[in-house]
Write a protein that binds this ligand. Structure first.
Ligand code: SAM
Length: 441
């Protein structure tokens, strides 16, 4: 939108830009087109735009994707967008984007997020959409320049801090361009910058326990001028420093995200690949078509020979009735990186279903809870030739996830899961879909 048109439109809507809502409207059309181009929209994408205002970015963006969700807090602007960007595949949400439930987006993947953000909500928006698990495949934001420099900083610079390291474990953050105040109406008091955030490929950096990682990073940066060895729990720091080529006097800001991950793996080892290899020798009972034990075989034999065997799935609900789903580890031999029941596992040879359900809850989620049988599901190709007993249990979490088995997890409302399965069945382990359909029809 040209500056003169922008001024006229604001006047006709009787909108005086609000400082509280960070209303600085972009009036440089070439720049708007360039910002949208950085999102690399594809026809299959769902666009989420935060604070679309009068649609400076919106109009070109919505023509390049399958669907769009525009979240605008100012009702007058939301109403304006409803009339000017109306179409079957554009949804205008008149709400605070900080309260937006990102779990609604999994069923709409691939999702890309765009926004010339009000400075005051940059941090909560960024961490809401970047938080694990995230359905987002790319984000482009215009934010305050100073904050952009912190988010994209390199080790051994003054801007590199705990925030940078924590973000960079899962995301690649890139500083794209500085914007002067003159491209906005009214002009903000400081420069802005455009950044992009792209999730790292699963094998780009080693896995580690995220909670341990964040604890160490925060401890390390709590006194950034202090030597790291004095801030961390005791371990063989000289050996670690030598291996990483760091001086023994290194401070937090000298470690790259990879070195922080290596440090977390020393404090709490997490080797999913090795753990996945270890399961091949496990033995399971082999059963006939009526679930009667007829022998036993190794995991490898059972799976390659498609022999009938036994498994349990457990659905863990919180008090709100939401179901906890786990995302299977990338190292799993079956259904890697797919979404699955809260906990699940094979019944070992000589063991029973009920005791296995209790054990799986303990081993996978760190939860001691009673289980109740929900369904007995016959073996089929969809269950991976497993006779499945499905149980339910109650817990609020937080869980101690078995990192060798589980990448991450979250509670989801059942209606969201139902639509997600309908729209993107490829995101789920087939055994879970079978269990969910048994439980919910
Ligand atoms: N995208 C437009 C542009 O580039 O011209 C407007 C950008 S302006 C910097 C920020 C926009 O975010 C405003 O339209 C404002 O009303 C909206 N906004 C402010 N706080 C918000 C919130 N919490 N949730 C959603 N939108 C918000």
């Amino acid at each position: 939108m040209k500056l003169s048109t922008l001024q006229q439109t604001l006047a006709s809507l009787d909108v005086r830009p609000s400082k509280r809502l960070g209303q600085n409207f972009l009036h440089d059309q070439n720049l708007a087109a360039w910002i949208v181009s950085q999102l690399e929209l594809e026809p299959a994408d769902t666009l989420v735009e935060i604070g679309p205002g009068l649609g400076a970015l919106t109009e070109s963006a919505i023509n390049q994707c399958r669907a769009a969700i525009l979240i605008e807090k100012d009702k007058r602007l939301a109403d304006y967008l409803r009339t000017h960007c109306a179409s079957d595949n554009v949804e205008v949400v008149n709400d605070d984007a900080v309260d937006f439930d990102t779990r609604l987006l999994f069923e709409r993947a691939p999702v890309k997020v765009l926004g010339n953000l009000p400075y005051c909500i940059t941090s909560p928006i960024l961490f809401k959409f970047a938080a694990e698990p995230s359905p987002v495949s790319r984000m482009v934001f215009t934010i305050q320049r100073e904050f952009a420099e912190r988010l994209t900083a390199q080790p051994s610079t003054k801007d590199y801090g705990a925030l940078t390291v924590i973000l960079h474990r899962r995301w690649r953050a890139k500083y794209l361009r500085t914007l002067p105040p003159t491209v906005f109406l009214p002009q903000p008091g400081v420069d802005s910058a455009v950044i992009s955030l792209v999730p790292r490929a699963p094998d780009e950096l080693p896995e580690c326990d995220g909670a341990v990682f964040e604890r160490l990073v925060k401890a390390g940066f709590s006194q950034r001028r202090k030597q790291l060895r004095k801030l961390l729990p005791p371990f063989d720091w000289p050996a670690f420093a030598a291996r990483c080529g760091l001086p023994e006097t290194a401070r937090a800001e000298e470690l790259s995200p990879l070195q922080w991950i290596e440090l977390a793996n020393i404090v709490q080892p997490c080797d999913g690949a090795a753990a996945a290899q270890n399961v091949h020798g496990e033995r399971f009972d082999v059963v006939d078509g009526r679930d009667r034990v007829v022998g036993n075989a190794t995991r490898h034999e059972v799976h390659t020979g498609r022999l009938l065997h036994r498994a349990v799935h457990i659905f863990v609900f919180n008090r709100a009735g939401d179901l906890f789903l786990q995302k299977r580890s990338r190292w799993k031999d079956a259904h890697p990186s797919k979404w699955d029941s809260s906990a699940a596992g094979h019944v070992d040879s000589g063991r029973e279903y009920d005791e296995t359900a209790v054990r799986e809850l303990r081993e996978e989620l760190g939860v001691e809870a009673n289980v109740t049988l929900l369904a007995a599901i016959p073996a089929s190709g969809r269950t991976g030739h497993e006779f499945v007993r499905l149980y339910k249990a109650g817990s609020e979490g937080p869980f101690v996830l078995a990192r060798s088995e589980i990448e991450c997890g979250a509670f989801f409302p059942v209606p969201i899961i139902r639509r997600w399965i309908q729209n993107r069945p490829q995101d789920f382990a087939t055994g879970f879909v079978e269990c969910f359909q048994r439980a919910y029809g």
